[in-house]
Design a binder for this molecule. Structure first.
Ligand code: GDP
Ligand code: MG
Length: 188
């Protein structure tokens, strides 16, 4: 990258993971579950909307800083700045939509396209997340549509329920594995 900033992936096993997606899809709910995973090192809140945790995945430790900053600002100009910043600094991204809200699914596609444009040359780990899988009767986006979208956008896909804490651990472990895959292929 030509940003002139030092890349956090240069530090030992510390990665910024950014939650993207429309308002109300469940980003903050997923982040707060993350903040509660593996309760061994006390309080993990390192800022208003940032959570740091060390996860042991496949016997190896990796520290993630999950940033729920996408919607942090109330002022419109500040929000634009913060969102540009989010697009630049992530080492990995979780793009969330709600399976009960088709327009949030469309927004997820737009975010993927935006991310690809901004971080063109990089092969950034991205997981597309269909949240609220517990709301079966309100479903507007089929599992197959989510899966097909992820194939087109060359990213991973998972459906979660933050309310039931279903697949949320799998989501963050998946991010760790995706980060490691890319790191390993760079080193060899
Ligand atoms: P954000 O705006 O993307 O941060 O979304 P929030 O995490 O604030 O969630 C928005 C609303 O959806 C809240 O009322 C949550 O309780 C609810 N919610 C979040 N995740 C789920 C889920 O998996 N299932 C259900 N039924 N509700 C959820
Ligand atoms: Mg939120």
């Amino acid at each position: 990258s030509d940003s002139g900033e030092s890349d956090s992936s240069g530090y030992e096993c510390l990665y910024r993971v950014i939650l993207l997606g429309d308002h109300g899809v469940g980003k903050s709910s997923l982040a707060s579950i993350f903040a509660g995973i593996q309760e061994k090192d006390g309080h993990n809140c390192i800022g208003e909307d940032m959570y740091e945790r060390t996860l042991t995945v496949d016997g190896e430790e990796t520290t993630l800083i999950v940033m729920d900053t996408w919607e942090a600002e109330k002022q419109e100009e500040d929000e634009k700045w913060v969102q540009d910043y989010c697009m630049q600094v992530g080492n990995a991204y979780i793009i969330v939509y709600s399976i009960t809200d088709r327009s949030s699914f469309e927004s997820a596609s737009e975010l993927r396209i935006q991310l690809r444009r901004i971080r063109q040359a990089e092969n950034i780990p991205i997981i597309l997340v269909g949240n609220k899988s517990d709301l079966v009767r309100c479903r507007e986006v089929a599992v197959e549509e989510g899966r097909a979208c992820a194939v087109v956008f060359d990213c991973k896909f998972i459906e979660t329920s933050a309310s039931l804490n279903h697949n949320v651990t799998e989501l963050f472990e998946g991010i760790v594995r995706q980060i490691r895959l890319r790191k390993d292929s760079k080193e060899t």
